[in-house]
Structure formats: structure tokens, C-alpha cells
Ligand binder design. Structure first.
Ligand code: SAM
Ligand code: DTB
Ligand code: SF4
Length: 364
């Protein structure tokens, strides 16, 4: 185990990010080996349990109701549907199922109870269960923990400064508050971000300052390359260069030695060689399956061929932390409080989000 540093500064992180590439790779790969087996990569399967129709205005997201994208909305999936998908994911080598809902925040009631049942069901299949449902209160985090949730994903997405250029319907502090609520339980924290949204390198470093100064640091950190979806405010962003992705992965690995760095959205644009460089730089997790939430992802058979070629093995479930116990609904110690997460709204408008919204009105 390495000593984890929690007081990284933006300048220190920028210096790392800008290190000559061969030296950066060597440093990151050396740190990677101290805490992880370099030949093991964790594999997660994403499942969009409730798609589209979201009230937020995240500039990158095809599921925001206010933009006109090709995404077709769906109501909450049934527990049986989720179970069938989880079994499929398990049979193709996934150790984790990550259920995503296009919600701004969790509301207590029938739908949340159904999600809790999904968590219990997947945990009983001996797979790690992750949820990403938007903002949650401490009580909701406790109820998820009791159901057997292993991880909660809630991304900081960018630096605090650039966040304001992408999302107007909630603030950075709202994200930090949800992460804090998850931290009060035994559920692990999964938090990372997106590159390629038009941010500069200082913003990438700023995001890594925010993540690495959390104590404890997140147990997993997804690094997404923006998937620029038609109809979203960020539809015209140029694809992020593989060199930026490699630098971002390596820097994440150096400042957060223990975290599982997940090479997340954007892999369809990457060659095997590019992905191999990312694994060398310290990425040790991927999303598998031909769909992320709504956009394409490489075919699982292609990924398994890549693993074979590189001598990588999928990580077994509960390698990093023991399996949580599932408490059945009637034995629950936590009653629904009907609370809403507190949220701050930075009363401002984002020009390009407004443009995309107006354009959608004319198309709908
Ligand atoms: N609604 C919840 C929330 O926002 O926290 C959970 C689902 S949301 C789709 C999960 C994450 O997916 C976002 O925080 C963002 O980092 C990532 N994401 C969404 N759209 C993306 C895109 N077009 N490209 C890359 N990452 C994206
Ligand atoms: C994360 O960081 N990336 C995943 C997961 N966490 C939920 C989502 C990527 C979504 C990409 C766009 C889409 O498929 O809708
Ligand atoms: Fe909604 Fe999440 Fe998409 Fe934002 S990222 S619009 S909160 S589904």
C-alpha cells in the first residue's frame, strides 16, 4: 500500500500532466504496480434502467429533456428485466453492474423501492452493484447501502469553474454534498469526469484537485471522453485526442494511486494500441457491452479479444472490498423520510444550452 497524498495543488497536477510522455508513463506505471496487478482489469456493465426525459440541462447529455436528440425515453425497467441483463453481463465476464437513471435526484416512493429491489437482486447474484441516480440524501444512501449497494457513481465532471459553463441547473457543491452523503455509509464512491467538453488543461487539473483532495479519495474514477451527441449543446466538440486521454489517465493514476481508473465513454474512437497505452498508464477498469447508457460502446467479444492479446484478465468481484450484506425490505432499519436533497442553483444561463433548447423547440 502506498501513502496517499491528499493535498495536491493545481500547479503540482499541471506539472505531472505536462511531463514528457515517456517519463509520465513510466511514473504512472510504476505507481500503478504498487497497488494493483497490472494484468487485471475490472469490467463493469452499464444498464440504463430509466432513460431520457431528464429535467437537468447538462450540456453533454443526450438524456436531457430540453434538447432534441435521438434518444427514446423509457420508464423504469422491471426487476426481472434487470436480473436477466445482470446474468447476461456476468456470463460475459463483468463483475459489476452499474444502473443509471436519468433523474435529477432520487425521490422516495415506489420507484426508489423498485431500485432497492434491483440492488438486492444483483447483490444476490454475487456481483458488485453500482447505481447512478442523481443527487441523493444521506437517508437514501443508507437505504441503498442496506440493500447491498457496492458503489455509487456521481461525477464531478470538470473543474468547479468549467462546471458553470456546462450545467446551470445545479452547482458543484450539490455534487460534493451527494458524494459526502454516500461517504457516510459503507458504499464506495465512484466519481470522475469528462474531457473534451472545451475545457482547458487547468480545468482538467482542477477536477483532479477536487477529486484527489477528498479524504478518502474515490474508490473508482471514471475518465470519459465526451461522446458529442447531435442535438446537445456540445454536439460540435472535436473528438479528444488519444494523447490527452493517456495523459489524463496517467495523471489520475499518480494523484490517486489506489483508485480504479475507468477508461469510460469514448472507447469506440480509440484503437487497441491507444487503449493499451491507457492500461499501461494505469487505467484498470472499463465499461463493457455494446451500449453505454444511450450511445455505442465496443462489442464485448472485441474487448475480450483485446484482453487476450494484451494478456489482461477480468477482475473477480469483491477483490478490493468484501461483499455487502443485503437486508431484506421488511427488516430495514431506515424508513423513507420523503426528503429532497438540498441543492444550490447558481442563477445563471449558459448561452449554448439556451441555443440548443430553442433549436429543440423548433424541431419537436
Ligand atoms: N443522472 C445522473 C447524474 O447525472 O448523476 C446519472 C446518469 S449520468 C448520464 C452519468 C454520467 O454520465 C454523467 O455524470 C457524465 O459524466 C456521463 N455522461 C453523460 N453523457 C455523456 C457523454 N455524452 N459523454 C461522456 N460522458 C457522459
Ligand atoms: C460514467 O462516468 N460514465 C458512464 C457511467 N459513469 C454512468 C456513462 C457514460 C454515458 C455516455 C453517454 C451515453 O451513453 O448516454
Ligand atoms: Fe440528467 Fe444525468 Fe443527463 Fe444530467 S447527466 S441531464 S442529470 S441524466
Amino acid at each position: 500500500m502506498s501513502e496517499t497524498k491528499h493535498n495536491w495543488t493545481k500547479e503540482e497536477i499541471l506539472d505531472i500532466y505536462n511531463t514528457p510522455l515517456m517519463e509520465l508513463l513510466y511514473k504512472a506505471a510504476t505507481i500503478h504496480r504498487k497497488s494493483h496487478n497490472p494484468n487485471v482489469v475490472q469490467v463493469s456493465t452499464l444498464l440504463s434502467i430509466k432513460t431520457g426525459g431528464c429535467s437537468e440541462d447538462c450540456g453533454y447529455c443526450p438524456q436531457a429533456a430540453r434538447y432534441h436528440t435521438a434518444v427514446e425515453g423509457n420508464d423504469l425497467m422491471s426487476v426481472q428485466q434487470v436480473k436477466a441483463q445482470a446474468l447476461r453481463a456476468k456470463s460475459t465476464g463483468s463483475s459489476r453492474v452499474c444502473m443509471g437513471a436519468a433523474w435529477r435526484n432520487v425521490k422516495d416512493g415506489e420507484e426508489f423501492d423498485q431500485v432497492l429491489e434491483m440492488v438486492r437482486t444483483i447483490n444476490k447474484l454475487d456481483m458488485e452493484v453500482c447505481c447512478t441516480l442523481g443527487m441523493i440524501t444521506e437517508n437514501q444512501a443508507q437505504r441503498l447501502a442496506e440493500a447491498g449497494l457496492y458503489a455509487y457513481n456521481h461525477n464531478l465532471d470538470s473543474s468547479e469553474e468549467y462546471y458553470k459553463e456546462v450545467i446551470s441547473t445545479r452547482g458543484y457543491q450539490d455534487r460534493l454534498d451527494t458524494i459526502d452523503n454516500v461517504r457516510k455509509t459503507n458504499v464506495t464512491v465512484c466519481s470522475g469526469g469528462i474531457i473534451g467538453m472545451g475545457e482547458n488543461i487547468e480545468d482538467r487539473a482542477g477536477m483532479l484537485v477536487a477529486l484527489s483532495t477528498l479524504n478518502p479519495q474515490p474508490e473508482s474514477t471514471p475518465i470519459n471522453a465526451l461522446v458529442a451527441v447531435e442535438g446537445t449543446p456540445l454536439e460540435d466538440q472535436k473528438p479528444v485526442s488519444i494523447w490527452d486521454m493517456i495523459r489524463m489517465v496517467a495523471t489520475t493514476r499518480i494523484v490517486m494511486p489506489e483508485t480504479q481508473v475507468r477508461l469510460s465513454a469514448g472507447r469506440t474512437q480509440m484503437t487497441r494500441e491507444g487503449q493499451a497505452m491507457c492500461f499501461f498508464a494505469g487505467a484498470n477498469s472499463i465499461f463493457a457491452g455494446d451500449k453505454l447508457l444511450t450511445t455505442p460502446n465496443p462489442d464485448v467479444n472485441e474487448d475480450m479479444k483485446m484482453f487476450e492479446l494484451l494478456g489482461l484478465n477480468p477482475q473477480k468481484p469483491f477483490t478490493k472490498k468484501v461483499q455487502p450484506q443485503t437486508v431484506e425490505a421488511p427488516e430495514s432499519q431506515f424508513e423513507a423520510l420523503g426528503e429532497k436533497p438540498k441543492w444550490t442553483r447558481p442563477d445563471h444561463k449558459i448561452e449554448r444550452n439556451e441555443v440548443a433548447k430553442e433549436k429543440a423547440k423548433t424541431l419537436k
